[in-house]
Ligand binder design. Structure first.
Ligand code: SF4
Length: 289
């Protein structure tokens, strides 16, 4: 018998082998104009009983030192409940050493420092959050729900309590019109946050989202394959902190990974090569979110 996940179930690539439990279904924000991840789900917080039952079923065939709490922004639920979920998971999987979760920056801001510290003490070591862009015009246009200043404030609040961050930005989110400002401001904000992990996805317009219809109406010009790389290059050039860099998601045209700043020159060389040899890039039909 397998656990009844409410699909689609999203998780970061690095949580592929983790014990994944859905504390919520969907995303409580669910307004970002580019995101179709949870459009089909009504947001709800699950009962502890259901979560415990899933974990017991998982125990029959899974073991991992890592627990990942889904869905979209599970950090939005009450801290006491999150702590109970972690404790329940540990009672069933005593081998758990590290807990991670998806959150929006606003979810982090809504927690007090004491709450974040309590979660850290319970094992919450990593928060995955989407910066998407460091440009305020783009953040507003995409209805991300917070400004770049709030992003920085939220991320600082988390790292001050010892919780690591994995931050995602999306190349192409400003379209052709705002490509340069998106690249530069994303680097500016990342340089302030200094996350342990920095990941880049490449925009894939999803049918049914407001952004998709903006493209259809000619109000947003998507980047070409090589423009995505030129934009990424502008950001990578500017990043000035130590981070584990990843742009090897299924949406990326060119898989890239390395440690910044040590591998910067190598990464820029690979980008330059691909810009002048676009035949090495992943075709659109092979890209996915
Ligand atoms: S991008 Fe994140 S916060 Fe925005 S709607 Fe999608 S899951 Fe929710």
């Amino acid at each position: 018998m397998i656990p009844v996940y409410d699909f689609p179930l999203f998780r970061p690539p690095s949580e592929a082998n983790s014990i994944i439990v859905q504390a919520t279904f969907g995303c409580s924000h669910n307004k970002c104009t580019f995101c179709g991840m949870y459009k089909m789900k009504r947001f709800r917080v699950r009962s502890l009983k259901d979560i415990g039952n899933d974990l017991k079923i998982l125990r029959n065939f899974h073991s991992s030192r890592k627990l990942f709490i889904a869905d979209g922004n599970a950090l939005c639920i009450e801290t006491e409940r999150l702590i109970e979920i972690i404790r329940t998971a540990r009672s069933i999987f005593p081998e758990i050493e590290r807990v991670s979760i998806y959150a929006t920056p606003m979810d982090i801001l809504e927690k007090s420092t004491d709450e974040l510290e309590s979660l850290r003490e319970e094992g919450l070591e990593l928060i995955y959050t989407g910066l998407e862009s460091g440009d305020d015009e783009i953040l507003q246009q995409t209805k991300k729900g917070c400004s770049s200043r709030e992003m920085i404030e939220a991320c600082k609040k988390a790292t001050d309590t010892g919780i690591d961050l994995s931050i995602t930005a999306i190349t192409g989110l400003g379209g052709k019109e705002k490509s340069r400002q998106h690249a530069k401001n994303t680097a500016r904000v990342l340089n302030k946050i200094k996350p342990k992990y920095t990941a880049f996805l490449s925009l894939i317009p999803v049918e049914g989202t407001p952004l998709y219809y903006r493209i259809k109406k000619g109000l947003f010009t998507p980047l070409s394959q090589t423009d995505h790389l030129k934009e990424l290059r502008l950001t990578v050039e500017d990043l000035n902190f130590k981070t584990i860099f990843r742009a090897n998601h299924a949406s990326n045209y060119l898989p890239l990974r390395g440690d910044l700043p040590d591998d910067r020159e190598e990464i820029l060389k690979l980008i330059d090569y691909a810009i002048s040899h676009p035949e090495v890039l992943k075709p659109d039909y092979l890209r996915a979110l």
